[in-house]
Design a protein around this ligand. Structure first.
Ligand code: FES
Length: 104
């Protein structure tokens, strides 16, 4: 069973927005895209830029540095610059609070 760590109230995150947090020493980006919540590694697999502030459309976030798009559902990149997926983290809501598991 993965263990989950409380992050922040889900009501604080608007659609097509993200918030960078640190959990257990890992940099995590929590995103709301298409009404769904996702938690991903906050580091691009191309040249390690933070994804903070990246444009969110559909279920994709674009890296602010060179624009690689990552699927927030599975971390897979689209385009030519990298073929390495970013890590995605399990997320759940308990009493309105986003909880994330960084176990894996
Ligand atoms: S560092 Fe993200 S696309 Fe280059």
């Amino acid at each position: 069973m993965p263990s989950f760590i409380a992050a922040f109230p889900e009501s604080e995150l608007e659609n097509n927005a993200s918030r960078a947090i640190e959990l257990g020493g890992k940099k995590v980006l929590v995103c709301r895209a298409g009404g769904e919540l996702y938690a991903v590694e906050n580091r691009c697999s191309h040249q390690e830029a933070e994804l903070t502030g990246g444009r969110i459309r559909g279920c994709f976030i674009s890296c602010p540095l060179h624009g690689v798009r990552f699927n927030l559902k599975d971390g897979e990149p689209a385009g030519q610059l990298t073929r390495v997926a970013i890590t995605t983290y399990p997320l759940q809501i308990t009493n309105g609070v986003i909880e994330i598991s960084i176990d894996a």
